[in-house]
Design a protein around this ligand. Structure first.
Ligand SMILES: Cc1cc2nc3c(=O)[nH]c(=O)nc-3n(C[C@H](O)[C@H](O)[C@H](O)COP(=O)(O)O)c2cc1C
Ligand code: SF4
Length: 650
């Protein structure tokens, strides 16, 4: 197999498959876009070798039967047209399957759940192990017949093979447990069976969790020593990391630098002399090149980077790096949707993950003036989209800077990756000659009317919500006060690098509160969180929550949950604890992070001003309702629907 370049799309479950596990046409379109975008190798998401017992996810692809082959053939044929190679990751979920979906108790090496608090599996009988080995082989053979160029065996990430490999989940006393050689036996049998089925000239990749990043789990050193027991049939190692309980090092949190874990691929490559893939927050072409040039890895794996930017390779190859729409590793649209919400994947920065960018080929048939009020991410997406289809767009932004809350929050050092999104939008906007941007311009209905709009977009965002708690009005954000909200905190940044255990108390337990917590614990503050709900971060995405829980544990954050704030004083909060008792929580700094609420300074005026006209006032993003960035991006792109219903398209 010869790849046209060294970028591989890593396998990522999408929930795009049909309900029966067949690939859908939309799914083919999704992969085709990435192939068109220039990627050298696509490794299709984990496909089920043993249904329903080994299935994973809400609507997972299957290849346990011949009937799934024709549509997958169509996929390989489509991808090959664009010069890309394509493989598929074959997998048995083991204890990561869910009884609620399969109707069966999950199976594993032993009776240990694949993550804290999840279902207890049943240990596999020996005969069952051999049956499953055969199923891997049969599935690989089918993959070959479907026209795939290679297969990848998933031996990491808390799925069945990894559950055998990890001493944390394998407590067997037979020849499949105990020593490393025994724990790797299942993997070796699978590899040998797959090789038997596909023959000597068909590449086999093996994905491993080189470091499990859990106490008592395999370290990189263990893996380097033990991989020998997998035998010699692998042609390449796809060097991933972590298990379910350390997921934020596998689907990396945003603060990890690009390619931070390439040292693992380097170590495996040096020890075993096989081509290795590395991945993990790799978004910067310079960093990708550096990894290859240093010889740390042979192939750059890119997952979320290609959800966000299918054209990453072409843009880089053509010197259009400034146009890259980089993934910001927020984990909202992709993994949260897929793994926690049973939804198909979406993306915070790319509102067209599955359907692609063809919208820009459509143009308005007559002049359409669009006025966008507010230059945050939602407003910018709406303005760019409308301009791209030929509207004349005027964007009015009150402040001196575009980018809104995303721009502001990403001034927190741990959040800088988020800045890539407003940067991308600003750059995209700057190239559109029919988009006119007015900063430091406060909108009112008379000004908006001067642009003779056909459509007005209200995208004025959100502001911190401050409930009427005794004392808060007198103290919040005042010059000599210790009590601030996120806006004031950003204004006062940077705080000292070493806060010498100063007491920081945060009211609230949502995303902003946790960002504030993360900022201060890393500066040696003594942090307390006061949250009314029974847990902190209850509505966070899975990966971030795991990471933040870990961070709170590591830095000893005091978590006062089911606790309500009664009064704010100069240097203390008065709270009611879960037992109904009143307590005092003293602070050197206090932050009110009790959520955001829609900010609509001109909406009503606009609605009234255009009430008797044909002009539509379209309210989007946080000014409709404070939510994640992703909803604003989607609603910004949905301006296409307004343009359509107003009759401006052919
Ligand atoms: C939505 C989603 C689904 C994923 N599904 C798989 C999968 O099916 N198999 C797998 O080995 N890794 C899976 N991963 C991990 C990715 O392949 C990749 O290793 C990880 O996201 C880190 O690389 P990145 O920073 O380039 O995204 C998934 C990641 C995401 C975000
Ligand atoms: S949703 Fe967030 S993490 Fe996922 S691909 Fe998009 S930007 Fe990246």
């Amino acid at each position: 197999m010869t790849l046209k370049n060294r970028v591989m799309m890593t396998p990522m479950g999408t929930n795009f498959a049909e309900q029966n596990g067949e690939m859908s046409f939309m799914h083919i379109n999704y992969y085709e876009q990435r192939a068109k975008g220039g990627v050298g190798l696509i490794m299709v998401e984990n496909i089920c070798v043993d249904y329903p017992l080994g299935s994973n996810g809400t609507s997972q692809l299957r290849l346990d039967q011949d009937s799934y082959m024709p549509r997958l053939y169509k996929l390989t044929e489509t991808v090959h047209k664009h010069g890309a190679c394509i493989g598929v990751q074959i997998n048995h979920a083991g204890a990561s399957a869910k009884e609620a979906r399969t109707g069966m108790q999950p199976v594993s090496a032993s009776d240990i759940p694949s993550k804290t608090g999840s279902e207890v599996p049943r240990p596999l009988e020996k005969e069952e192990i051999y049956e499953i080995v055969k199923k891997y082989g049969e599935t690989a053979k089918r993959a070959q017949q479907c026209g795939f160029d290679c297969v990848e065996i998933h031996a990491g990430h808390s799925y069945l093979i990894s559950q055998f490999i990890s001493p944390l989940t394998n407590k067997r006393t037979d020849e499949f447990g105990g020593s490393a050689e025994n724990r790797y036996r299942f993997a070796r049998l699978v590899l040998e069976e797959v090789r038997k089925q596909v023959g000597p000239f068909f590449p086999i990749f093996v994905r491993i969790s080189a470091d499990e990043f859990l106490e008592g789990g395999n370290t990189l050193e263990d893996t380097l020593n033990d991989l020998q027991y997998m035998g010699d049939e692998a042609d390449a190692y796809d060097v991933s990391a972590a298990l379910n309980d350390s997921l934020y090092k596998q689907i990396d949190s945003n603060y990890f630098p690009d390619g931070w874990r390439s040292y693992m691929a380097k170590a495996v490559k040096e020890k075993y002399g096989k081509p290795c893939v590395t991945m993990g927050n790799i978004r910067s072409p310079k960093r990708a090149e550096e990894i290859l040039a240093n010889g740390d890895a042979d192939i750059i794996g890119m997952g979320r980077g290609l959800i966000a930017e299918p054209e990453w390779v072409n843009k880089v190859a053509e010197g259009r790096e400034d146009e890259l729409r980089k993934c910001i590793s927020c984990n909202i649209g992709c993994i949260w949707h897929r793994a926690a919400l049973n939804q198909p994947i979406r993306c915070t920065v790319n509102p067209a993950v599955a359907v692609g960018e063809d919208y820009a080929k459509r143009k308005v048939k007559k002049n359409c003036n669009v006025v966008v009020v507010g230059g945050g991410t939602a407003g910018l997406e709406a303005a760019c989209t409308a301009a791209e289809v030929g509207c004349t767009v005027f964007l009015l932004e009150k402040s001196a800077k575009l980018g809104g809350l995303a721009e502001l929050i990403s001034d927190i050092p741990e959040k800088t990756r988020m800045k890539d999104f407003p940067n991308y939008l600003r750059n995209r906007a700057s190239k559109l000659h029919n988009l006119f941007i007015f900063t430091e311009t406060e909108a009112n209905v008379d000004l908006v009317k001067k642009f003779h709009p056909d459509i007005v977009v209200n995208a004025t965002g959100s502001l911190p919500f401050t409930p009427p708690i005794t004392g808060v009005n007198e103290l919040l954000n005042k010059d000599d006060s210790k009590v601030a909200n996120i806006m004031k905190m950003m204004e006062r940044m940077p705080y000292p690098d070493d806060m010498k255990r100063d007491k920081v108390v945060i009211a609230g337990g949502g995303a902003v509160a946790l960002d504030v917590m993360e900022y201060f614990v890393r500066r040696n503050a003594d942090v307390t969180m006061v949250e009314m709900m029974p847990s902190i971060g209850a509505r966070m995405d899975t990966v971030t929550k795991l990471d933040q829980d870990n961070c709170m544990k590591e830095y000893g954050v005091h978590q006062m949950v089911s606790t309500t704030l009664q009064e704010v004083k100069e240097d203390r909060f008065i709270v009611k604890n879960p037992q109904g008792e009143i307590e005092e929580v003293p602070f050197d700094y206090a932050f009110m992070c009790l959520g955001l609420k829609a900010y609509n300074p001109v909406l009503e005026e606009l609605q009234k001003g255009f009430a008797d006209t044909n002009v539509e006032v379209y309210n989007i993003g946080d000014s409709l309702r404070a939510r994640h960035i992703i909803e604003g991006t989607e609603e910004g792109r949905n301006i296409l629907e307004v343009i359509e219903r107003k009759g401006f398209f052919e």
